[in-house]
Design a protein around this ligand. Structure first.
Ligand code: UD1
Length: 339
């Protein structure tokens, strides 16, 4: 039987590259479209080194409709995993138009092209950000959604757009995956997260401090109503998250319709717990200072992932320790290569 071919938009990014590895492991052919605005082409070599097969890679911006149409003319896709998009909350507040164009216009273009070529199976990368400040924990998929920043609003709008699309044409099959906090790296140490400039997210920041590239971590808020006063999040190993996409694809094949799924571990860990787990693994002290809360942060968020377990047959299995081990391996290999 011919292997099924999957288009992965944003496939050279952090979540995308790990998802491509999981897709290859599950026997799918992978075609990546990425404009490399937040990644680089060496990721394709690394995915090849891990999986033994080079994904097809096309570098262009999703807003280029003619390029997109050519890809659909050349390949026959079983489904699309749509990850391409911008994701920096702060930047979205200062440059909202960039977010609306990159995230919403590109998605519309993709959907029109999919429809034209009769490819109507889609896995979309949404975010736990759509829950705003949750009323209670753990967060369930039916909780009210609202955006607290333009980035979150683009995710919310695309979720609504996809729901409208499915109402208009029931041939569409759509999984909306709401990611919690992906961290860690592939166990090979060949791919991982490497933000340019000063990292905005916790794990990459801790890594830079552990490597001695930054002097200390700012812990944003020590007075939250949590056990140790610091923020609590649902950290999920990026390979668990990647495997969730494969499960979602398999679900699409069996289940007509549209549904949202939380992809989280179901466990909340505080910033201080994360620091301690990382120190254990790297064998170094992570100096930190508790400073004021970061505007827009919520005290605590963690998922009820039971719907994904029931419907997709997927469950996160890698521990916080494992997330730190794999992150540290990636960081040490990567910084040695870039020294
Ligand atoms: C952030 C984004 C969210 C996005 C997610 C995905 C914001 C407000 N939210 O989520 O929209 O979907 O990333 O990557 O940016 N922390 C520190 N010091 C740091 C960095 C973070 O103490 O230097 C704390 C935060 O206050 C928070 C926790 O660590 O309590 C996790 O922060 P982060 O990794 O940025 O993720 P989120 O804020 O949950």
């Amino acid at each position: 039987m011919m292997a099924k071919s999957i288009l992965v938009t944003g496939g050279a990014g952090y979540i995308g590259s790990h998802t491509c590895v999981s897709l290859r492991n599950a026997g799918y052919e992978v075609v990546i479209v990425d404009n490399l605005c937040n990644s680089d082409a060496s990721v394709i070599d690394r995915v090849e080194a891990i999986t033994g097969k080079r994904p097809v890679f096309l570098q262009f911006d999703m807003c280029e409709r003619d390029e997109l149409r050519k890809v659909f003319q050349r390949h026959s896709f079983a489904a699309v995993i749509h990850l391409a998009g911008l994701k920096a909350v702060n930047e979205s507040v200062s440059q909202p138009l960039k977010y609306y164009r990159n995230n919403i216009e590109a998605s519309t273009m993709l959907l029109e092209t999919m429809d034209e070529f009769g490819v109507r199976n889609l896995v979309f990368s949404s975010s736990a950000n759509v829950y705003g400040v949750p009323d209670s924990l753990p967060v369930q998929e039916h909780f009210p959604r609202y955006a607290t920043n333009p980035y979150g609003r683009t995710k919310l709008i695309i979720e609504d757009l996809l729901t409208d699309l499915h109402s208009a044409d029931s041939r569409w099959r759509i999984a909306l995956l709401r990611y919690f906090n992906p961290v860690g790296a592939h166990e090979s140490g060949r791919i991982g997260e490497n933000p340019s400039g000063e990292p905005g997210n916790l794990m990459p920041y801790i890594s830079r401090v552990a490597l001695g590239k930054l002097p200390y971590l700012h812990v944003y808020g020590g007075d939250y109503p949590t056990e140790d006063g610091t923020g609590v999040r649902d950290f999920i190993h990026v390979m668990d998250l990647a495997e969730g996409h494969v499960s979602a694809l398999q679900w699409l094949e069996m289940s007509p319709g549209i549904a949202a799924f939380n992809l989280g571990s179901g466990e909340g860990h505080s910033v201080l717990e994360m620091i301690a787990a990382y120190e254990d693994v790297c064998g170094r002290k992570i100096p930190y200072r508790i400073v004021a809360r970061r505007p827009g942060d919520i005290p605590a968020s963690f998922a009820d992932p039971s719907l994904a377990q029931r419907e997709l047959g997927w469950k996160a299995s890698r521990s916080l320790h494992c997330m730190c081990v794999d992150e540290w391996r990636w960081q040490t290999v990567h910084s040695a290569q870039n020294a």
